[in-house]
Write a protein that binds this ligand. Structure first.
Ligand SMILES: [Zn+2]
Length: 529
């Protein structure tokens, strides 16, 4: 069934959840597992059924799911010292998970055997052997994680090798060498694995690396270079301390740089979506500069870069972004050149014409505004509006007359805000007032109230994020502030910006842009239909 060069083993749902701020419900785990399966991963470690009821519930839910590609595996430790495997609650819980594979970890560093387990080296060997034999007798595919293998090898190579050799003779299908503390260098990984190979063939070996030295991906690739068959890691590198090896980066590197097959090409293009999906479920904003799949991975900002990639993308891109489901982006800022503006306008479907006057005018306006504290690469919604306004593609849907915000607080009661807004739409003047739990919320409510009568689609949008920054180079409470708003409706997410010395005024500008952007895009969609 398997013709892949490398087997991808995902532990996002177990090791990944040991990362700070990473938590999944059993239902969320199941959704992630199904996505991993859809992307062609070979093994999914669902959790540690012996350690908590949530993981046990996940395995209960998973019993009703048929996986197309992946084998589900339950994680656990070897039997406890001085008991029989049949009597070990941890191994019993693993059996109850009813998975085709079982992954057990055992100690291969004598320091851990003596000081942490507080048992004898012989008993630890027996624990490894008995547990593997027990799981094999129940028909499981057994994966043995040799915890701290590389540190163990450096401290006492004879014992570390004895542990994995015992695991292999007991029948473990895979022996995974773990750099649990993440302190090993790539050349050490290669050296140590060459000493393992005479004892255990490469097709039964795997690697599990942590990122404490920023080397988890490099170490995993070094291990594959020596010939090991399995790579363990997590999506986005989630995991304890500095995280696990990032499987997304590893798969891209193996497949696109090293010619090692792990997943199908049409699964490769799902990787950007998968990485974002797992971040979304974890409620952790996706880091934009993740290799291959980050939003910035193929974003060009410098004018020279943009004019070069317009001629030939490979001038500043190491692969075609579409191969991994990502896309080229061009950012517009005060570092931009004419090419950035032309690229952006084309993307928006606007023809700037042959003469360069319009693009120069747009560029000048952007440079002036960035000088005043705007930052357009973080607010593409405001940028798009600006271009549409200068090219005459967008007419202001309402005129601003005035606003007022009253903020009051009495004693220990929560503060209250009241905003009034006066706008003109066509020849109708509209004055509204609304309350809110803060000044921006009150303004947002009042502005919507004034406009929904004319533009009911405003009800479809809402604010999802609000960020305030002091503009660099200005100081103290009189400083310029920059407000960035993220808004969304059912179809899109967009960012807008406002700058002022007054935080409420800056918020107002960002709010107005946000609503105008919504109206502009809806109008275009109507024309497109
Ligand atoms: Zn780990």
């Amino acid at each position: 069934m398997i013709s892949e060069d490398v087997l991808i083993y995902d532990t996002t749902l177990r090791d990944g959840t040991q990362g700070e701020q990473i938590n999944f419900t059993a239902e969320e785990k199941l959704r992630i597992a199904q996505r991993l399966d859809d992307t062609g991963f070979h093994y999914i470690e669902g959790g540690w059924p012996g350690s908590n009821p949530k993981d046990m519930r996940f395995f209960e839910l998973a019993k009703g799911v048929k996986f197309k590609h992946a084998r589900l595996t339950a994680f656990g430790s070897t039997r406890k010292p001085c008991i029989r495997p049949e009597d070990c609650p941890n191994l019993q819980a693993m059996l109850k998970a009813e998975t085709p594979a079982a992954t057990i970890f055992g100690k291969s560093w004598d320091l851990h055997v003596r000081e942490i387990l507080q048992t004898s080296p012989e008993e630890n060997l027996a624990m490894v052997e008995d547990s593997i034999k027990f799981l094999k007798s129940k028909g499981k595919e057994v994966i043995f994680d040799a915890e701290h293998f590389f540190d163990g090898y450096k401290a006492n190579s004879r014992y570390a090798l004895q542990v994995i050799e015992r695991a292999a003779t007991a029948g473990a299908d895979m022996i995974v060498l773990c750099d649990t503390n993440g302190g090993t260098m790539p050349h050490e990984i290669t050296d140590i694995i060459t000493h393992v190979v005479p004892l255990i063939p490469l097709h039964r070996l795997g690697i599990h690396a942590h990122n404490d030295c920023g080397l988890a991906v490099a170490n995993s690739l070094a291990a594959v270079r020596t010939g090991v068959k399995m790579v363990q890691g997590t999506v986005n590198g989630f995991g304890e301390r500095c995280g696990n090896a990032n499987l997304i980066t590893i798969i891209c590197n193996l497949q696109l740089k090293m010619g090692k097959k792990c997943i199908a090409d049409d699964h490769l293009i799902q990787l950007s979506n998968l990485a974002n999906f797992v971040s979304d479920v974890a409620n952790i904003p996706p880091v934009s500069y993740r290799p291959y799949v980050g939003r910035s991975a193929f974003a060009h900002k410098g004018g020279i870069h943009v004019s070069a990639v317009a001629k030939n993308a490979s001038a500043y891109e190491h692969i075609k972004p579409e191969l991994v489901g990502n896309k080229q982006r061009v950012l517009v800022s005060d570092l931009a050149g004419k090419s950035n503006i032309e690229y952006k306008a084309k993307e928006m479907g606007i023809d700037l014409g042959a003469d360069e006057l319009t693009s120069r005018k747009i560029l000048q306006e952007i440079k002036n505004m960035e000088d005043a504290g705007y930052q357009f690469d973080a607010a593409e919604g405001s940028l798009e509006l600006l271009i549409r306004k200068i090219t005459g593609e967008f007419k202001e849907p309402f005129e601003f007359e005035s606003f007022q915000v009253i903020n009051s607080k009495t004693g220990d009661n929560p503060s209250q805000c009241l905003a009034t807004v006066k706008v003109t739409v066509g020849d109708e003047e509209e004055i509204t007032a609304a309350e809110g739990n803060g000044p921006v919320n009150a303004l947002d409510n009042a502005l919507r109230k004034a406009l929904t009568k004319f533009y009911p689609q405003i009800c479809e949008m809402h604010l999802v994020d609000f960020k305030v920054r002091i503009v660099e180079g200005s100081e103290g409470t009189a400083a310029q502030v920059r407000v960035l708003l993220d808004s969304r409706d059912d179809h899109d997410l967009w960012s807008t910006i406002g700058v002022s010395t007054n935080v409420i005024e800056a918020s107002w500008h960002a709010l107005v842009d946000s609503i105008q952007f919504k109206l502009s895009k809806d109008k275009l969609n109507r024309h497109n239909r």
